[in-house]
Design a binder for this molecule. Structure first.
Ligand code: SAM
Ligand code: SF4
Length: 322
């Protein structure tokens, strides 16, 4: 079992397979991303898999594929199959914007994918266009339906933004409730790639809106989950991720690998090490050494906070995969 320098168990690896994306979400990516990595700089699936195997052998049992938009990378289902064939019982999940999901859901499921998180910020076509930069909603909703049809576990991620989609919180909660899908509202995390003037909603503000229609109580969160959990009177559960409170850092169990081989101990910080050379040389000893070094230096908590120094993270969500 892997442990970090603060004694926390680490069993969760998030792997970004590309930083490219077919959306330009206001809170994530500038209209013209300035740091596109040339394709030849990406690790191949075989190279990523070599590192994933090391992590699994060391006790990682939860793997999430993300991006950029992971469904843009050709051969993704084959990559998922490599992982699921390596060891049974792994929890293999994917985070996607859903645009290409409808055609791929069945093959992803057949490859061994278990769960999927789809980002759905709005149910209105004009608002979707405003957030993502193009008219995406119909395809995203089709993707969600198809993923449910083929038997993938589907959760929705939603980033409420003031004056953009903040008036849809109840509508979208009810959309998910009706379809028996969980939803996680995520507080907007400030970063220097987001559009100027974006204003996220705080956990308290989100709860206040939901309380105008529903009674709910906080229930125990799943261990190592960043999401606080709430339950409506009828038993439906929803979550809110509040990184500004850092509550979840104390049992953080995750590390992140980018498509270029950068191994990141904390989403907020730029500190990281690169495993690229090691995996390209097939050097398992060196890659394991880097993994342990990164874990040793994993920060105790992130620094998203509204009251401490007004910090802004330099980490791009489209690189780290959120
Ligand atoms: N493209 C995929 C998607 O959108 O689901 C996967 C990558 S995206 C970076 C992963 C998650 O990060 C999405 O749910 C997205 O809403 C969230 N995200 C991106 N930028 C964010 C920000 N500044 N604050 C909070 N969440 C953010
Ligand atoms: Fe693309 Fe996901 Fe970022 Fe939106 S949040 S720009 S879909 S990577």
């Amino acid at each position: 079992m892997l442990r970090d320098g603060h004694g926390r168990k680490v069993n969760y690896l998030r792997v970004s397979v590309t930083q490219r994306c077919n959306f330009r979400c206001q809170y994530c990516m500038p209209e013209k991303p300035f740091s596109w990595v040339p394709k030849e700089n990406l690790l191949s699936f075989e190279e990523l898999f070599l590192f994933i195997k090391i992590c699994i052998d060391e006790g990682v049992d939860k793997i999430r594929i993300t991006g950029g938009e992971p469904l843009l990378r050709n051969g993704l289902s084959g990559f998922i199959k490599m992982i699921s064939d390596y060891k049974s019982g792994l929890d293999i999940a994917l985070t996607t914007n859903g645009y290409l999901l409808s055609d791929l859901a069945q093959e992803l499921k057949d490859a061994g994918l278990i769960r999927i998180n789809v980002s759905l910020d709005t149910l209105r076509h004009d608002v979707a266009k405003k957030i993502a930069g193009k008219d995406v909603l119909t395809k995203v909703l089709d993707g969600i339906s198809r993923a449910q049809e083929v038997g993938l576990g589907v959760k929705i991620n939603n980033v409420p933004l003031k004056h953009v989609n903040s008036d849809e919180i109840i509508e979208i909660l009810e959309y998910c409730k009706k379809r028996d899908m969980s939803i996680r509202f995520i507080e907007y995390m400030e970063n220097r790639y987001a559009k100027d003037k974006i204003q996220g909603m705080s956990e308290e503000e989100i709860k206040k809106v939901i309380a105008t229609k529903y009674k709910f109580v906080e229930i125990k969160r799943e261990s190592s989950s960043p999401s606080k959990l709430y339950e409506l009177e009828n038993g439906y559960q929803f979550g809110i991720i509040n990184p500004h409170a850092h509550d979840f850092c104390e049992d953080c169990n995750r590390i992140r690998l980018t498509a270029e081989g950068v191994l990141i101990p904390c989403l907020y910080f730029e500190e990281a090490m690169n495993i690229k050379k090691a995996v390209q040389n097939g050097n398992i000893i060196e890659a394991t050494k880097i993994l342990k070094e990164v874990l040793k230096n994993k920060p105790e908590k992130n620094r998203w906070s509204t009251d401490e120094n007004n910090e802004i993270s330099n980490r791009a969500f489209y690189e780290t995969g959120g």
